[in-house]
Design a binder for this molecule. Structure first.
Ligand code: NAD
Length: 358
């Protein structure tokens, strides 16, 4: 019930009208209660489970509104039972103004009625799900026994990436590099005491020394070359997640010529990923097919594997359904928002408004 009674009468909560809202504060409390490592592991497993039923989902490249400084995107998908979308931005110059590069929020809804089930902050949830997706991909593609990861770009996503790779793949060392030494110092401080050996490096060339996994997670709105061809040796797994927009890449094209490349949803990745630099018929393998055994993943110790991760709506769907399960299991984890108008007579929306004046 919303305001179909006198304005002075407090609204009576109804399952339809009041939508659980997970604020930033509530998300932080939830992650601490669950524990960061279990949360990352659970998310990786849930994303993998949804990739296994890839064909059940509606899929479309995300809808992007580009501007000089960045992009605002809407990412929808549905499995026929639930529908989810995320609003997310990417503005690499924001940090200069004290703002984040990436912020997000999202909604999970019931397909049967179209009513929302959950409304949530997704800035933190995106960092968690991106790290979980990277680690899930590496679980299938990285060389066996990978213990050392180079982390190029030490901004907002970096610690999540390192900790997910530790939890899911078992890395024990992270070699950090960022063009801004303050970002690397921040990352070292945040990762201290978490069971990882942390090495600060003076260049990307130094960071990749001895690494079996190379994660590139930089923010720059141009075709940058963060990783040159001569920096990538045989057998390495590259987790390239910073290039996620037209005109925004991180790898030298020569690396793509040598690598076996794995993607989320090709129609979106061909627009946004590292492969935007390659001809339209550049061969890629869809990660879901590796997970379901329909396509080969890594085929030899010498092979260079590349996860060209741009972030796909199904990963956000997985994250929101995971969050919904947490919120449902724990009363008080979300705040109830008076989001949906709920007239006594569903066709008397006008009457509800007029009676509220009284
Ligand atoms: P951020 O701005 O917090 O951090 C980016 C870091 O990259 C900064 O510290 C910056 O100094 C560093 N950097 C820039 N150019 C560099 C270079 N050439 N070499 C080394 N370091 C360099 O951004 P963030 O939130 O950590 O996001 C990083 C990137 O990941 C963004 O481009 C963002 O759009 C992308 N992203 C992708 C996904 C996905 O699903 N694939 C999800 C979230 C974010």
């Amino acid at each position: 019930m919303t305001t179909d009674t006198l304005a002075t009468t407090p609204p009576v909560p109804s399952a339809q009208a009041f939508v659980p809202f997970v604020s930033v504060d509530a998300m932080m409390r939830l992650v601490h209660r669950i524990g960061l490592t279990p949360a990352l592991t659970q998310l990786a497993d849930r994303i993998e489970a949804d990739f296994r039923r890839w064909e059940a989902f509606d899929k479309t490249p995300r809808v992007a509104a580009h501007s000089e400084n960045g992009v605002i995107e809407l990412m929808p998908t549905s499995d026929g039972r639930h529908y989810a979308f995320k609003y997310v931005n990417g503005h690499p110059s924001n940090t200069r103004a004290g703002l984040q590069t990436v912020t997000a929020f999202g909604v999970l809804a019931r397909v049967e009625t179209g009513y929302p089930l959950l409304f949530a902050e997704m800035t933190l949830l995106t960092a968690l799900r991106t790290a979980a997706s990277s680690a899930m991909a590496a679980r299938h593609l990285a060389p066996k026994g990978a213990r050392v990861m180079a982390m190029i770009g030490n901004g907002a996503q970096a610690e999540f990436q390192a900790l997910a790779m530790q939890a899911v793949v078992g890395i024990d060392t992270v070699r950090l590099f960022d063009t801004d030494p303050a970002a690397t110092e921040k990352c070292m401080r945040n990762l201290d005491g978490r069971g990882l050996r942390i090495v600060a490096c003076a260049s990307a060339e130094e960071a990749v020394q001895g690494a079996q996994i190379i994660t590139t997670c930089t923010a720059d709105k141009r075709l940058a070359t963060v990783l040159h061809d001569n920096m990538v040796g045989a057998g390495v797994h590259i987790n390239a997640i910073g290039g996620d927009c037209p005109g925004k890449t991180e790898l030298a094209p020569a690396i793509l010529e040598r690598a076996a490349t794995f993607v989320e949803y090709p129609p979106q990745t061909r627009i946004e990923g590292e492969i935007q630099q390659m001809p339209e018929d550049y061969p890629v393998t869809e990660l879901w097919q590796v997970i379901t055994g329909q396509a080969e993943g890594r085929v030899s110790d010498d092979q260079i594997t590349l996860f060209d991760g741009v972030g796909f709506a199904i990963e956000d769907f997985s994250a929101l359904t995971w969050l919904h399960a947490q919120v449902t299991a724990e009363s008080g984890a979300a705040q109830m928002l008076d989001l949906i108008a709920d007239p006594d007579d569903p066709r008397d929306l006008f009457g509800m408004l007029m009676r509220a004046k009284a």
